[in-house]
Design a protein around this ligand. Structure first.
Ligand code: PEP
Length: 252
């Protein structure tokens, strides 16, 4: 189902005590604002998920994980399974973030198995796709995004695909302060919907939630979210400050 979502990807930031303060600040602030039907998702480091879901239980946000290993249990030292996330009431999990593709060599095939294992436990994948700058400069960005979707998502039957949230995150915009223009974001989101319509059907394309990510902040969120095919944002740096994150979350 198509939703408006603002998700904060904290990455590897905040100590436990800092995280407690930030989560409390966000939870309190959310009591005071009109989200206009949007859903706020916090994706803290895995160590803080239980604390976050405890607060979320009495607040107006849901919790996402930043990573998962595609197996229910086993000899995978250091990893976290979808079953473990599910028992902690995790609703979403980010998959395919460019940092994981780059620093941890995650392949499309591996991402495919992550998506499947999350869906098996009713955790919603937030599937990130995005081109690097040389690909955009070579005008290859559309084919890159299409390939990423085809390789990791398009094997899914329609009922499963409809549960996935997509985040378009041009890699050149992540953490750089260079945001895609509203025209660039709309153009790619519309393209993604077209690709989904061609693989599945127009109704499925119309009901898919597609977020924008990449240096989205309190100043530019409103014009990005006003684009007809942009359903919200995946927010990195600006999700680490309660006031700015709330400003973004109320930008619909
Ligand atoms: C991200 O890491 O998903 C992201 C969008 O980061 P930032 O907002 O800092 O560019």
């Amino acid at each position: 189902m198509r939703k408006k979502i603002v998700a904060g990807n904290w990455k590897m930031n905040k100590t436990f005590s800092e995280a407690e303060i930030l989560i409390t600040e966000i939870a309190e602030a959310l009591d005071e604002v009109d989200l206009k039907g949007a859903e706020v998702v916090l994706c803290p480091p895995a160590l803080y998920i239980e604390m976050a879901t405890d607060v979320a239980f009495e607040s107006n946000f849901t919790v996402g994980a930043q990573n998962v290993y595609p197996s229910d249990s086993g000899a995978f030292t250091g990893e976290i399974s979808p079953l473990m996330l599910k028992e902690l009431n995790v609703t979403y999990c980010i998959i395919g973030h460019s940092e994981r593709r780059k620093y941890f060599n995650e392949t499309s095939e591996f991402l495919r198995s992550k998506v499947e294992s999350l869906l098996k436990h009713n955790i919603i994948p937030i599937f990130c796709c995005g081109e690097v700058l040389p690909e955009r400069e070579a005008n290859q960005h559309f084919e890159v995004i299409k390939r990423q979707l085809e390789e990791s998502l398009f094997h899914l039957p329609v009922e499963a695909f409809m549960k996935v949230v997509i985040a378009y995150e041009p890699v050149w915009a992540i953490g750089t302060g260079v945001t895609a223009t509203k025209e660039q974001a709309q153009e790619m989101h519309s393209f993604i919907r077209g690709v989904i319509a061609a693989r599945y059907d127009p109704a499925t394309a119309g009901s898919t939630t597609i977020l924008y990510g990449g240096s989205c902040n309190g100043k530019n969120a409103r014009e990005l979210f006003a684009q007809p095919d942009v359903d919200g944002g995946l927010i990195g740096g600006a999700s680490l400050k309660a006031d700015e994150f709330l400003q973004i979350a109320t930008s619909f």
